[in-house]
Design a binder for this molecule. Structure first.
Ligand SMILES: Nc1nc2c(ncn2[C@@H]2O[C@H](COP(=O)(O)OP(=O)(O)OP(=O)(O)O)[C@@H](O)[C@H]2O)c(=O)[nH]1
Ligand SMILES: [Mg+2]
Length: 374
C-alpha cells in the first residue's frame, strides 16, 4: 500500500440492516436524521443509503461531511431522475444487507419504530413490517381534512390491486426482508411514490405482514414535494398493476388524449363552419391545428410528465410532434385506403385499422423523439 495514501482501511462489519432514504433538497434534515439513527439503532449492524435526485441545496455535501468519517453513511446520486419508488429500488439494490428499510428524509417518520420492525423480521418470521398511521396508536399528525380525505380515498382505491388486507398500504415507512423484496423486484411498476403498494401488489404470494403504529410528524425543515402530479402517478401505478401486463399504461393515456383530440377537433370544426363561416378546408385546417396543439399540451403535462418539456424545448417538441403526427396521418390514410380497396374489408374496419396504425406510430415515435429520455 502507498504510505502517502490518506485513506486508511477501517475494520468493517457487514450490515444486517440498510435504511434507504430518498432525499430531494433535505440538507437541514440530514445531520439530525443520522444522529437519531445512531441512537435508535445502537446494537444493530446498520447502514444508511441516501438516494439523492440531484438536490441543489447541498444535501450531498451534508451526507458526505458525515459519511467521510462514518462508513455506515452512504450516498447514491442520480441525475435526470425523479420518483421515490425508483429511488428506493435502486437504494435497495445497492446494499447486501438482509433487511432493508424505507424511510423519508424529512424526520416525519418515527425512527424509534425501526428496532421493533427489525425484531419482527429477524425474530418473528415476519417478511414485511409496516409503519402504519391507520392502526390503533398511529395517526396522521396535523393533516388537514383535505389531505386526510385524499389519503383515505387512495387507501380504498389500493384495495383494487392488493390481495391481502393492509391498513396503511400508502405508508412510505417499512422494513422488508431482502429475499421478499427480491421476489417482487422484477414485477415492480416503479412508478411514482407508492413503493410499498407496488411491492405488495407485485409479490406472487401475499407476504407475512405486521403493522406497527406510529404518529406521522410535521415537517420542520425543507419543503414538501407533494403536488398534483403525485395523484397522476398514483393512478398510473394502480392502472399498471391492473392492465400493465396487457398494454403499457402510458400508451393508454396517449390514446385517451388522442380520443379527446378527436372530440376537440370536431367541436372546433363545427364552430369554424357555423360561427366563423369558414370554407371547409380552412375550418378543417384550424381544427387540425387545435387538436395537435391540444394533444401536445396534454401529453406534455400528463402522459410524459416526468420528461416534461419547457421553454424552447416546448417549441422544438411541438414541431417534431406535428411532423410525426403528419406522417402518422399519411400512413393512416394509406393503410385504410389499401384495406378499403381490398376485397373483404368494410369501411369501418379499414378506418379503425388506419387510426390504430397512426396511434401506434405517433406514440412510438414521439416517445423517442419528442419526449426522449433526458
Ligand atoms: N430521491 C428522491 N427523493 C424524493 C423525491 N421526491 C421526494 N423525495 C423525498 O422523499 C421524502 C418524502 O417526500 P415529501 O415531499 O416529504 O412527501 P410527504 O412526506 O408525503 O409529504 P409532506 O408531508 O408534505 O412532507 C423526502 O425525504 C423527500 O426529500 C424524488 O423525486 N426523488
Ligand atoms: Mg414529508
Amino acid at each position: 500500500m502507498n504510505d502517502s495514501n490518506p485513506v486508511q482501511p477501517r475494520p468493517a462489519t457487514a450490515p444486517d440492516l440498510c435504511v434507504v432514504i430518498p432525499v430531494l433538497n433535505e440538507r437541514g434534515n440530514i445531520g439530525p436524521l443520522i444522529d437519531r439513527l445512531r441512537t435508535v439503532l445502537d446494537g444493530i449492524a446498520w447502514e444508511v443509503i441516501f438516494v439523492d435526485d440531484d438536490s441543489r441545496d447541498g444535501t450531498r455535501d451534508a451526507v458526505a461531511a458525515i459519511g467521510r468519517a462514518d462508513p455506515r453513511v452512504r450516498l447514491l446520486h442520480r441525475i435526470g431522475r425523479r420518483g421515490l419508488s425508483s429511488a428506493f429500488i435502486e437504494g435497495a439494490q445497492a446494499t447486501l444487507a438482509p433487511y432493508i428499510a424505507a424511510m423519508d428524509g424529512d424526520l416525519q417518520h418515527d425512527e424509534r419504530v425501526l428496532p421493533r420492525m427489525f425484531s419482527a423480521l429477524r425474530d418473528d418470521g415476519i417478511e414485511l413490517a409496516i409503519g402504519s398511521r391507520y392502526v390503533e396508536g398511529g395517526g396522521t399528525g396535523d393533516w388537514d381534512a383535505r389531505r386526510a380525505g385524499m389519503s383515505s380515498l387512495a387507501t380504498r382505491l389500493s384495495q383494487l390491486v392488493l390481495r391481502t388486507p393492509v391498513a396503511d398500504p400508502m405508508s412510505g415507512f417499512f422494513m422488508i426482508r431482502r429475499d421478499t423484496f427480491d421476489r417482487a423486484v422484477r414485477h415492480l411498476s416503479a412508478m411514482g411514490f407508492k413503493i410499498l403498494l407496488d411491492i405488495v401488489a407485485s409479490l406472487p404470494e401475499p407476504p407475512r405482514i405486521r403493522e406497527l403504529p406510529y404518529e406521522f410528524r410535521s415537517r420542520v425543515s425543507g419543503e414538501s414535494k407533494l403536488d398534483a402530479g403525485v395523484l397522476r402517478d398514483y393512478l398510473m401505478l394502480i392502472l399498471d398493476k391492473l392492465i400493465g401486463h396487457i398494454v403499457p399504461v402510458r400508451f393508454v393515456l396517449f390514446a385517451g388524449v388522442g380520443a379527446l383530440g378527436i372530440a376537440a377537433h370536431l367541436v372546433v370544426l363545427r364552430l369554424g363552419l357555423e360561427l366563423g363561416r369558414l370554407p371547409f378546408p380552412d375550418a378543417q385546417a384550424l381544427a387540425t391545428a387545435c387538436a395537435i396543439v391540444g394533444n401536445f399540451t396534454l401529453n406534455n403535462i400528463f402522459t410524459f410528465r416526468e420528461r416534461r418539456l419547457r421553454g424552447w424545448g416546448l417549441v422544438r417538441g411541438l414541431i417534431t410532434f406535428s411532423a410525426i403526427c403528419s406522417v402518422g396521418a399519411a400512413g393512416n390514410i394509406g393503410v385504410s385506403s389499401f384495406l378499403f380497396g381490398s376485397a373483404h374489408s368494410s369501411w369501418w374496419l379499414a378506418g379503425i385499422a388506419g387510426a390504430v396504425m397512426s396511434l401506434v406510430w405517433n406514440y412510438a415515435v414521439s416517445s423517442v423523439i419528442t419526449w426522449r429520455r433526458g
